[in-house]
Ligand binder design. Structure first.
Ligand code: HEC
Ligand code: HEC
Length: 285
C-alpha cells in the first residue's frame, strides 16, 4: 500500500483533525480465533475493484493490539454475549404458531452459508435481501410473530449467532445476475460526496485508509466483521447503523437502516470484501 497518499480530499474538513502526515499501514498481525479459526484479514481485491484497490484488509488490522486481542478469544470478546442471547432466541418459541427457529432450522450451524453470501437476491420477493429481512420473513410469515425493527437488539443477537457459525468462511456475495442493478446503485452511493463536507465513503475508506482521523486509524470500512461490538457504545452494532453514523459525520442527511439505499450499499460494501473471512461478531473501538 502507498504510504504517502494525498489527503487533499480531507484537508478541507473542519470537523476532522487529521494528524499531519501521520500515516500507518495496517499492521502485520495475524488473527486466529480461539487458537483454531484462522481468519483471512488481507487478500487480493476482487476483480471489480481493479484500479481502485489492490489489497483488501479487515478493519481488525487497523485496531490497536488491546482491541485486537479481545477478538482472539471468545471469552474476551463481549460480542459473544450477544451470540449467547442469540442462541436462546433461536431456541425459544415466538409468535402465535408456537414455533422456534430451531423447529425448522437444524441448529444455527445449518445456516453457516448465510453470512458469507448475504445480501442476496431473493427470487420470491424479487429484491435483494439482507439477513435481517430474511429473519423478519420467518418471523412474520412462518411464526405468526411481530416484525422486528431493523437493527433491534434481538436482530443483532441473531445476526451475531448466524455470523459466529460462519467465522473463517470467505465472504462471497454475488454481484451479477438479478442483483446487479442493486449492486450498481450501491456503488453509486459509495462514490457520491455527501453533506457539507462533501465526502464520499471512498474519500475516507479507499483514498485514506491507514491515515489517522480523530486519533482513529481509518480502515477500508469493510463489513466482514459485522455485527461489531464497539467499545465506544458497548453493544453490538449493525452494518447499516454504522453506515448511518459515517454519513452523519459528513454532516449529511442520512438514510435509515432498512432503507433501499442502505440495502444496496450493504450489498456493494459486502462485495468489496469478497475473499476476506467472515469474522463477526468482531470487536472495534
Ligand atoms: C416454520 C419454519 C421456519 C421457522 C420457524 C423459521 N424459519 Fe427461517 N426459513 C424457513 C424456510 C422454509 C426458509 C427458506 C426460505 C427460502 O428458501 O427462501 C428459511 C430461511 C431462513 C434463512 C435464510 C437461509 C438461506 O440459506 O438463505 C435464515 C437466515 C433464517 N431462515 C433464519 C431464521 C430465524 C433466525 C428464525 C427464528 C427467528 C427462523 N428462520 C424461523 C423456515 C422457518
Ligand atoms: C470522514 C471520513 C469517513 C467517511 C466519509 C465515511 N467513513 Fe466509515 N468510518 C470512518 C471512521 C473514522 C471509522 C472508524 C475507523 C475505521 O474502522 O475505519 C469508520 C468506520 C466504518 C466502518 C466500520 C469498519 C469495521 O471494521 O468495523 C464501516 C463499515 C464504514 N465506516 C463504512 C462507511 C461507508 C459505507 C461510508 C459511506 C456511506 C463511510 N464509511 C463514510 C470514517 C468515515
Amino acid at each position: 500500500m502507498k504510504i504517502n497518499k494525498t489527503i487533499a480530499g480531507l484537508a478541507a474538513m473542519t470537523a476532522v483533525a487529521l494528524a499531519g502526515g501521520a500515516v500507518a499501514d495496517p499492521d502485520e498481525d495475524e488473527l486466529v480465533i480461539n487458537g483454531e479459526i484462522a481468519i483471512v484479514t488481507q487478500t487480493a481485491a476482487p476483480a471489480h475493484l481493479e484500479g481502485s484497490l489492490d489489497e483488501i484488509y479487515s478493519g481488525w488490522r487497523f485496531r490497536a493490539d488491546g482491541t485486537q486481542a479481545m477478538e482472539m478469544d471468545d471469552f474476551d470478546n463481549p460480542g459473544m454475549l450477544g451470540v449467547e442471547v442469540g442462541e436462546e432466541l433461536f431456541a425459544k418459541a415466538w409468535g402465535s404458531e408456537g414455533k422456534s427457529c430451531a423447529d425448522c432450522h437444524d441448529g444455527a450451524e445449518s445456516l453457516a452459508d448465510v453470512r458469507p453470501t448475504y445480501p442476496k437476491w431473493n427470487d420470491a420477493k424479487e429484491q435483494v435481501y439482507t439477513v435481517q429481512m430474511q429473519i423478519n420473513d420467518c418471523l412474520t410469515e412462518r411464526m405468526g410473530a411481530e416484525k422486528e425493527k431493523y437493527d433491534s437488539s434481538s436482530m443483532l443477537n441473531l445476526e451475531a449467532l448466524i455470523a459466529s457459525v460462519a467465522r473463517g468462511k470467505p465472504v462471497n456475495v454475488a454481484i451479477d445476475g438479478p442483483a446487479q442493478s442493486t449492486w450498481e446503485q450501491g456503488k453509486e452511493i459509495y462514490y457520491t460526496r455527501y453533506g457539507q463536507l462533501e465526502l464520499s465513503c471512498a474519500n475516507c475508506h479507499e483514498d485514506n485508509y491507514g491515515n489517522l482521523i480523530r486519533a482513529d486509524h481509518l480502515s477500508q470500512g469493510q463489513i466482514n466483521g459485522f455485527p461489531t461490538y464497539r467499545l465506544k457504545n458497548a453493544k453490538l452494532n449493525g452494518v447499516q447503523g454504522r453506515f448511518k453514523g459515517c454519513v452523519r459525520d459528513t454532516r449529511a442527511e442520512t438514510f435509515s437502516p432498512g432503507s433501499p439505499e442502505f440495502i444496496a450499499l450493504e450489498l456493494y460494501v459486502a462485495s468489496r470484501g469478497n475473499g476476506l473471512s467472515v469474522e463477526g461478531p468482531s470487536v472495534r473501538n
